[in-house]
Design a protein around this ligand. Structure first.
Ligand code: ITT
Length: 190
């Protein structure tokens, strides 16, 4: 079965293709500009993104919003992660974290799955970890080279996509979606 993923981020798409393949879902990347509201809630942002293209894309389609929430910075950059990554980048985050003892942070993902035009389901995933003291690793994308997942001594930038998917915010959210979708399809078949 084919699932459309609305995103302009190629790295995300690559991770999602690998995540959904074992469930028998093939992923097609679609890019349609969506409404991006300012909000502290990933859920609100992603829901609006999904609803804003309901007349343009035929379900089933998925929209995702992710962010890095740093505890010592009051959950910054959170929903503003894209803008912050594009402006100050990893170097800027490390500067803000200079001499900060509490380096704990969480990566969060929310997916809006538009199953039918009037059926939208949300799935959340997260991974806890900490901000490294330096940029490490060339794999992954975005904040991966400064994020050390709990239980690891490597950043997400130092581990490959397969391992990242096992532990990541995105992995956790997409497995929830895939399990929901698999049982939804079973019921629809009966
Ligand atoms: P969309 O088109 O799907 O919205 P995007 O790149 O704008 O793509 P998000 O708004 O979900 O994606 O993510 C905001 C930023 O957070 C993104 O640009 C990355 O810099 C960072 N980010 C998201 N997921 C990440 C991940 O798994 N690893 C590292 N950084 C991530």
């Amino acid at each position: 079965m084919e699932i459309k993923m609305v995103t302009q981020n190629r790295n995300k798409l690559r991770e999602i293709e690998k995540l959904l393949k074992p469930y028998g879902f093939s992923v097609v990347g679609v890019y349609v500009p969506t409404d991006e509201i300012q909000s502290n809630s990933l859920k609100e942002i992603v829901l609006r993104k999904a609803e804003s293209i309901i007349n343009m894309v035929k379900p089933i389609y998925l929209v995702e919003d992710s962010g890095l929430f740093i505890n010592a910075l009051n959950q910054f950059p959170g929903p503003y992660s894209n803008f912050i990554f594009e402006t100050i980048g990893n170097k800027g985050i490390l500067k803000l974290m200079r001499n900060v003892k509490d380096r704990t942070a969480i990566f969060r993902t929310v997916i809006a799955a538009v199953i039918l035009p009037n059926v939208i389901k949300l799935f959340e995933g997260e991974v806890k970890g900490s901000i490294s003291k330096e940029i490490r690793g060339e794999k992954g994308f975005g904040f991966d080279p400064i994020f050390i997942p709990d239980g690891w001594d490597k950043t997400l930038g130092e581990i490959g996509v397969e391992e990242k998917n096992i532990i990541s915010h995105r992995g956790n959210a997409f497995r929830k979606f895939a399990e929901y979708m698999s049982s939804y399809m079973k019921i629809a078949e009966e």
